[in-house]
Design a protein around this ligand. Structure first.
Ligand SMILES: *[C@@H]1O[C@H](CO)[C@@H](O)[C@H](O)[C@H]1NC(C)=O
Ligand SMILES: *[C@@H]1O[C@H](CO)[C@@H](O)[C@H](O)[C@H]1NC(C)=O
Ligand SMILES: *[C@@H]1O[C@H](CO)[C@@H](O)[C@H](O)[C@H]1NC(C)=O
Ligand SMILES: *[C@@H]1O[C@H](CO)[C@@H](O)[C@H](O)[C@H]1NC(C)=O
Ligand SMILES: *[C@@H]1O[C@H](CO)[C@@H](O)[C@H](O)[C@H]1NC(C)=O
Length: 812
């Protein structure tokens, strides 16, 4: 099992890497019924007329009343049109309605807004990470390994038989009384499949059925038919799998970030990776009602919507109010700026870093018996100690273009050398074509100028080795000089750890967040890297090479972008277990202010998409999570629901738009302010103003709460962004006791630099116990964001020119 080797890595490295899996099918457009569509209708619960004893009765009576005049149609009856009643994380219902019916709805008391159902996409990635988790010191023992915390997943379901969800060791404490979850039976899934690790599993498919009335669902149960949900949930909270081995790979212990946390799965995708807002919302609503502590959302929509139309933003507000911490993926639409998803102020938005651990393989030219052998070390994704021994080395001008899977299917047995294309995109294509070929080849050799800079996540072809252009010369010389060229490839069991890490992954979506311009996003870089996690069995990941059934033992190594999110969810579970009294904002703050902006060589974290220059906070937020420091951050930036409402109030939304999110009249707009008490600082300038050389000033006010355990004095140190001056006052903060709060003010004076400039403000505890760091970003306001602002009044905005990374890079 893969985790074993990661565990040993964990003692060596400071970070944990993850891979994100990209799924691409969602590049297709949303299907629409001619005149009927599923709508999500938001209502103000305080408007419920008294005769209705339950919200559901109220909601169904609304539909009955608007349907009474309707013609006879498939969707004209209540049974056919009513999907879900929502009342925990949001308020309202989803139903199949005509536009006209929606028009009628708008006159009803309590109506706030109605949005058409849309599809969400999974934002996965597989990426290894390294975090210094230690069973005897630090956050693991301090948190009881996440014991007592319930982590919910809105995902593709779960494979309950995976050893990651075994209940061994889980029975020490009782489920809390608040837990209302169930183990919902369905196809190939019965209620006895849950246990004291997997404590709940449900599925939601009404939205899918409404939009695909003719589809036959074969897996209508919480069972994972894809692998994604099994991977994310085991990444965050998989149990220990002792003595596990992965196709003979080093024996050891597999585990998630919070191995003693409870898992609850809310399956919201019915077929493959398709998922509809109505089902996602139903899953979130139920998870909150059931009593989860943490929610992990490795999904997001293709389009950018204003917060009041964004289902995840809306449902997560209700979840946050009820004390649920939400971790979400930043998306895989990078590297352009402004491509971020889930940039919701009250959730954690996680970007992805690559990992320093890499699998290497040694390619030996010549037979084992030959006296003179030449060995080349290349990059490989193959995690096993497999040895492909004395196979024919093939170089054939036609085949070696490696651009035609049909032709490659006819290749003889052997190790094929693919020619150097000199271009990354055609290298990806070569890998993809070989993967697609039904081939006799046992392995392939790929070539690029500098394999160490190749984004490992996209190497979807495990039985392959990537060598440098320079090393190719030796291979070609050998082939020319030999009548019967032979080579061996030894895939190694251990990672080198020589690479600089973390590096911001090319595909990770970048800030700023288009629908919430005042808050710097993403928040953090994915907790590290190195994820081989549970998968559904019997699903062949890749075909090339012998014994290549990576998933046959129920574990899979993936590359894409949403494994970052469950890593952070697992971290949140550990923090919640260690500090049950912390708010969601305190947990987020602890992760952010202790994150590192440096890599394992002590240099600024680099951005793979920017020529390996230093990454900006739009790529990595506050930096990479450092688990053991997050446990004890010294100070936190707290925020409560009203603080977010004050932010919404500053965003030019109508009252009903705000109510769609808040569903409650308990909040007010008295202190409307774009200046949220957030652990980061973002200052924009208008392009036109800036070009006139105008100097701008932006002020911020922050409140910090002492969680360091007692009296402490902090002094500030500022690293101003280029072209700015930053003043902070007071310059020192003196805390007499735990939980004491102090405020400070920041004034940033800046002029256009024509690019993103960034710096930081750090509060240092005078005895060196704590450093509480916040990034500062100054950036020109981007045109598409201004456009979004313009349109956000009532239209949905589509961000143009988003590529579909999965397809382009041939990820499977
Ligand atoms: C549930 O399924 C398992 C495995 O298929 C089976 O052994 C068990 O008897 C079933 N339990 C119930 C209550 O149907
Ligand atoms: C679904 O089936 C009905 C009846 O067979 C047919 O009229 C309709 O066109 C089908 N819809 C789609 C979207 O295929
Ligand atoms: C190269 O491969 C092609 C396609 O399989 C084959 O037709 C051709 O004979 C091969 N050439 C040599 C020199 O082996
Ligand atoms: C492969 O590349 C060769 C030469 O560059 C080209 O002639 C051929 O059409 C390509 N094949 C495919 C399937 O793209
Ligand atoms: C909000 O609306 C007011 C009045 O319509 C306008 O002056 C202001 O520029 C708007 N602010 C933003 C951030 O769009």
């Amino acid at each position: 099992m893969q985790f074993t080797s990661f565990l040993s890595m964990i003692h060596l490295h400071t970070f944990l890497l993850l891979l994100l899996i990209f799924t691409f099918h969602t590049c297709s457009s949303t299907p629409t019924a001619e005149s009927y569509a599923t709508y999500i209708v938001h209502l103000n619960p305080s408007s419920r007329p008294t005769p209705f004893t339950t919200n559901e009765k109220w909601h169904s009576s609304i539909i009955t009343s608007i349907k009474s005049s309707a013609t006879t149609h498939h969707f004209s009856s209540l049974e056919n049109s009513f999907l879900y009643s929502y009342e925990n994380a949001l308020h309202g219902f989803s139903a199949v309605l005509t536009e006209q019916e929606v028009g009628t709805l708008q006159n009803l008391p309590g109506f706030l807004s109605a949005n058409k159902d849309k599809q969400q996409r999974l934002l996965t990635t597989y990426t290894p990470e390294f975090m210094s988790l230690n069973p005897t010191t630090g956050i693991w023992p301090a948190s009881g390994f996440g014991e007592g915390v319930i982590v919910g997943f809105i995902d593709t379901g779960i494979w309950p038989e995976s050893p990651s969800f075994d209940e061994r060791g889980m029975t020490t404490i009782k489920l809390p009384a608040k837990w209302k979850g169930v183990c919902q039976a369905g196809k190939d899934f019965n209620s006895s499949l849950c246990n004291s690790k997997l404590i709940g599993a449900r599925y939601f498919d009404k939205g899918y059925r409404a939009s695909n009335p003719n589809a036959t669902l074969t897996k209508n149960s919480p069972r994972d038919a894809d692998g994604h949900g099994t991977h994310t949930s085991s990444t965050a909270a998989g149990n220990y799998v002792e003595g596990a081995s992965f196709l003979g790979y080093a024996k050891g212990v597999a585990r998630g970030m919070a191995p003693r946390a409870w898992v609850a799965m809310y399956k919201v995708s019915s077929v493959g990776k398709k998922m509809y807002d109505s089902d996602v919302l139903a899953g979130m609503d139920q998870a909150v009602a059931d009593g989860v502590d943490i929610l992990s959302l490795s999904l997001g929509s293709d389009d950018v919507t204003p917060l009041y139309e964004n289902p995840i933003a809306i449902a997560s507000f209700g979840a946050m109010e009820k004390g649920v911490f939400i971790s979400s993926a930043a998306g895989n639409n990078g590297p352009p700026e402004g491509t971020l998803r889930n940039g919701v102020p009250w959730v954690l938005t996680v970007g992805a870093g690559t990992f320093d651990r890499t699998f290497v393989a040694s390619l030996t030219l010549g037979s084992d018996k030959a006296r003179k052998q030449h060995t080349i070390v290349g990059k490989s994704m193959y995690p096993l100690g497999l040895w492909i021994k004395d196979e024919t080395l093939i170089y054939n001008k036609t085949l070696s273009k490696c651009n035609d899977s049909e032709l490659l299917s006819k290749a003889p047995r052997g190790i094929l050398v693919c020619q150097d294309t000199g271009s990354l995109s055609s290298l990806y294509d070569q890998m993809y074509q070989i993967l697609r070929a039904a081939t006799n080849l046992v392995a392939a050799i790929f070539v690029c100028k500098d394999p160490s800079r190749f984004d490992f996540d996209w190497m979807n072809n495990p039985a392959a080795v990537l060598i440098s252009t320079k090393d190719l010369e030796a291979v070609m010389d050998y082939i020319k000089s030999s009548d019967k060229p032979i080579a061996s490839i030894k895939f190694q069991q251990t990672a080198t750890g020589k690479e600089t890490a973390p590096v911001v992954a090319e595909y990770t979506s970048r800030g700023p967040c288009p629908n919430c311009l005042g808050v710097l996003k993403p928040d953090v870089l994915a907790p590290g890297s190195s994820v081989l996690a549970s998968w559904i069995p019997n699903e062949v990941a890749t075909r090339l090479g012998p014994n290549m059934f990576l998933t046959s033992e129920g574990f899979n190594l993936q590359s894409g972008t949403s494994v970052a999110c469950p890593h952070a969810a697992g971290v949140a579970a550990l923090l919640k277990a260690a500090h049950p009294e912390w708010s969601h904002a305190a947990i987020k703050s602890a992760m952010m202010t202790t994150a590192t902006e440096l890599d394992n060589s002590g240099m600024p974290i680099k951005d793979a998409a920017r020529g390996f220059t230093a990454a900006s906070p739009f790529a990595m937020g506050a930096g990479h999570i450092v688990l053991n420091k997050a446990l004890d951050p010294g100070l936190v930036y707290d925020a409560a629901a009203q603080d977010y409402v004050s932010l919404l109030c500053s965003m030019n939304f109508t009252k009903n738009q705000i109510l769609t999110v808040t569903r409650s009249n308990v909040y007010n707009c008295e202190n409307a302010s774009p200046d949220l008490n957030y652990p980061s600082f973002l200052a924009f300038y208008d392009k036109n103003v800036a070009s006139n050389g105008v100097v701008m000033t932006k002020r911020f006010r922050r409140v910090v709460t002492n969680v360091g355990g007692g009296a402490a004095t902090y002094k500030v140190k500022v690293d101003p962004p280029i072209g700015s001056t930053v003043s902070v006052w007071p310059q020192s903060l003196v805390f007499m006791k735990e939980h004491e709060r102090h405020h400070y003010s920041v004034e940033i004076t800046y002029a256009s630099q024509g690019a993103v400039s960034y710096g930081s403000i750090t509060w240092f505890e005078e005895n060196g116990n704590y450093a509480v760091r916040s990034p500062i970003v100054i950036s020109v306001e981007r045109s598409e964001m201004s456009k979004l602002k313009e349109l956000s009044k009532n239209n949905r905005i589509y961000v143009v020119s988003l590529e579909c990374p999965g397809l382009i890079h041939g990820r499977v």
